[in-house]
Structure formats: C-alpha cells, structure tokens
Design a protein around this ligand. Sequence first.
Ligand code: TXA
Ligand code: MG
Length: 336
Amino acid sequence: MTETLIVDPAMPDSLAITRAAERLLSGGLVAFPTETVYGLGALALRSECVRRIFTAKGRPSHNPVIAHVAEIGQARELVRAWPDAAQRLAEAFWPGPLTLVLPRAAHVPPEVTAGAETVAVRIPAHPVALALLRAVRQPVAAPSANRSTGISPTSARHVLKTLQGRIDMVLDGGPCPGGIESTVVSIGPAGNVRILRPGLVTGEELEAILGVKVAGPSPASAGAPLPSPGLLERHYAPDVPLVLAAADGYQEVSQLLRGGQKVGWIAFEGTAPDGLSREVVLRALPMDPEAYASQIYAVLHELETSGVGAIVAARLPEGDRWLALRDRLRRAATPG
Ligand code: TXA
Ligand code: MG
C-alpha cells in the first residue's frame, strides 16, 4: 500500500513532513513534489535504501541518481572538489532547477553514482521538498518518480499511475510549477562547465553567471559511453506513439485521421482550425517555453490514457529557451 498525504505546497504541515521524514529515516521510499517534477526519495547515504529506488522504478543500475540537499554545505560534503564555478552556480541558482555533477566524496554509495567517480547534487526550490530535506537532515537520493523510460510525473496522481503499491508514501503537494526536469551540468577539475541534460535553466543563463561559453549537450552516439545515462535516446515516452510535426501538426493529424485513428493533438493556442473531427483530442498550449513546460507532461499523461492511437505535437520554435523542450519531445517521440 502506498500512503498519500496531502500537503499545502506553500506552507507544508509539519506533521505530514515529520511522518514523511520518519518513513525515509526508517528506510522507506517517499515521493515528494519539487519545483521541476516529483522525485522518488530514499536516504542517499544508505546503499540498501537507494537500491529500493531502482527496484521500484525498474531503473537500469547504470543510471545514477541525484542527491538532494537543503544547504550548500551538505552538497559540499558529498563532493571531493568544489571549484569556483560550482560556488557561483550554486549561489545563483540554488534552491532551483540546476543539478551539479562533481567528483564524488568517498562515502557516497556506488548505488547513487552508478559506480562512477562523480555525484550529482541539487537543492530543490519547492517548500515541501525543502521542508522534507531539513527534517531528514541528510541527503535524499531522488530520480523522477515514474517507472523508468516513462513520462516524468508532475502530480501525485501521475506518480501513483505507475508506482502505486511499489512505494511507501507520496506527499501530494499539487502540480509541480516548473514541469520538466532540472538542467544537469558537469563541472570539471578546471571549472569547465558542460550541459549534460538541458532543463529549466538555459545555457544563456549559465553563461551570464560564469562569463564564459558553456558546452552544450552532445548527442549520445551509439556505442560511446554515455556522459549522462539519462540521455538514453528513448526516454520520457508516453505509452502511445508520439509524432513530431513538421509544422503546426494539422497535416499529420489529418493523415492519421484518414487511417481511422483517434488522434491527440498538442497544438499552440490559436492555431487549430474550428470544426475539427470529434476523433481529435486537442490540447492547446501557450507559445511561451515556461508555460509550455509547466503543462506538457500533464498533457502527455492525459493523452496517453485518453484512448487515442497516436499523439501529434506541433513543431517547437528554435532558440535556447526552447532547447530543453525540443530535447524532451524528441526523446519522447517514436523514432523514424
Ligand atoms: O528535476 C530533476 O532533476 C528531478 C527532480 C526530482 O530533482 N530529478 C530527475 O532525476 O530528473 P532523474 O534520475 O530522472 O534524472 C537525473 C539525470 C539523469 O539523466 C542521470 O543520468 C543524470 O541526472 N545524472 C545523475 N548523476 C549523474 C552523474 N554522476 N553523472 C552524470 N549524470 C548524472
Ligand atoms: Mg527520470
């Protein structure tokens, strides 16, 4: 059984937080809201607890998890080096949707790092996540709270969709405001910063703080070791095929309709014509990357269970601010 505790996202009830912290401290798995997506937490410094995350998610053991902490000092205890770039990024973006990958300290369990020499750390900006981390007083390992390769959850209902009965508790703090995952960057010994996974913090925002060019995410090439295993090509995928449209999606939707399928269409507001077939489930999203991000996973979760045979997503604009969203939709889409 998975227990659900409802909490006020702005002012979480301390009793609920205490109970969730106790679950974690007794070795349990607790899902909780962050400003990006829901995380599935376990004590990061206890191997057997972290292993339970991998079992519940069906996650391959070669994919490392992020250690979440409440303060910069706790993050520094998990790493062997803290270059100036780390300090500057932490001060600028924490608490917030940026994850730093740094050389790991010796006591970080191999389950967290998937055997690698680096560890990913982040201070989340959500009041519920922060309250929980403060109550636990130690690092909490947390990947997104979904079965591996599926769409990340932005509500407690999304978490329960695939993890009901597989985890001990979910703190239901309502929808996550950010809606897609954090930006993951690695920081080398010389302080060189590279984006491993684009996310809510853009490359331009990182460059503005660092004053230097930041290397972008490299496409995962077959056979090469993955710089970030989360860059596995198929990821964040709904249960029904997702088609990326060449333009607004009307052509692709029409073609699928002619094939006799019910179709989900993720369009931009004001672009779909009136009088669409009843076989189309239309969801119109704003032409603004932050607003789009906050809704896209909820829309994908909804459409994958709406009885459509396929989902068509309108082509996203170019530019740095849409990069993370282009990345997620590309990975969610059916190859070919
Ligand atoms: O916004 C987020 O980052 C959410 C919330 C819960 O914090 N978490 C999340 O975790 O998205 P997950 O496990 O779904 O994705 C973490 C990503 C993966 O791509 C993983 O491969 C990468 O971070 N990662 C973790 N540790 C790493 C390491 N030591 N080196 C390289 N990549 C790492
Ligand atoms: Mg994930």
